[in-house]
Ligand binder design. Structure first.
Ligand code: KIV
Length: 271
């Protein structure tokens, strides 16, 4: 265990404190116990068992086929490597269509998987579901902007909120989600200026991926920072293994770059 693991456990309360004090939140995805242990030792605040596992672990073309059983399996494995990080798990496509279904599947991720928080790719129509989860005591991260589970509806993986109307509606949605009790927001592929506005407007922590430097925290897909993703690395990502001797060193560098505000640079952001 590295020196970082003398740090206190990351909780919803500590994430709020980090936002209030202007300390950046460093997050990465993880899908198994061995990587989780390295990333936790490196000082990563939040580990997300993302449904991106469908693409980077299972070799699928999208996250759409990922099931709740897949998510429970990988969350349980990842939880075994977690010591101080907060463990967030994705609710996969079609696993939260009704309040009842959302409660059952969130319970599985927390009780069988050991997640501390669940993440949902959210639309305005799902505010009632978020409120119901929150009422039941489930910590919730609401994912806005590019929602990869809707890739077939969106017609591709594109930056969201680029025009004034869609930007305003994302801002309103963020406020409504905060009012519904969401504990944090995740913004994916959103123009940097819009992400900064949302971050200043809401009181809950905002974590960005391809959302510029002014969100409260950053997240990347682990396989992208290790340079082992299939195809072209996304513009918003960076290969942190390059020039480092180990996964631990790469993750430590990522954490220190996020904390120092060095990552993301302008070249990793969208206008
Ligand atoms: O599934 C995932 O890994 C995610 C990240 C891209 C934030 O949602």
């Amino acid at each position: 265990m590295s020196v970082h693991n003398t740090r206190p456990r990351t909780t919803v309360t500590s994430l709020n404190k980090m936002k209030a004090e202007g300390q950046k939140i460093a997050c990465l995805t993880a899908y198994d116990a061995s990587f989780a242990e390295q990333l936790d030792d490196a000082g990563v605040d939040v580990l997300l068992v993302g449904d991106s596992l469908g693409m980077v672990v299972q070799g699928l073309d999208s996250t759409v086929p990922v099931t709740i059983d897949d998510m429970v399996y990988h969350t349980r494995a990842t939880a075994r490597g977690v010591n101080k990080s907060l463990l967030m798990a994705d609710m996969p496509f079609m696993s939260f269509c009704t309040e009842e279904q959302a409660l059952t599947n969130a319970a599985r991720l927390m009780q069988e998987g050991g997640a501390h928080m669940v993440k949902l790719e959210t639309t305005e129509g799902q505010i009632g579901i978020i409120r119901r989860l929150v009422d039941a005591g489930v910590p919730v991260c609401a994912h806005l902007g590019l929602r990869p589970q809707s890739v077939h509806k969106l017609g591709g993986y594109r930056v969201q909120g680029r025009d004034a109307e869609s930007g305003e509606s994302m801002l309103k949605e963020a406020v409504a989600l905060e009012e519904a009790g969401a504990d944090c927001l995740l913004l994916e592929c959103v123009p940097a200026a819009l992400a900064a506005r949302i971050t200043q407007t809401v009181g809950i922590p905002v974590i960005g991926i391809g959302a510029g430097a002014d969100t409260d925290g950053q997240i990347l897909v682990l396989y992208d920072i290790l340079g082992i993703s299939k195809g072209k690395r996304p513009k918003f990502s960076k290969d942190y293994l390059h020039g480092q001797g180990s996964v631990l060193a790469a993750a430590e560098r990522y954490v220190s770059d996020v904390k120092a505000g060095v990552f993301p640079a302008a070249e990793h952001s969208f206008e």
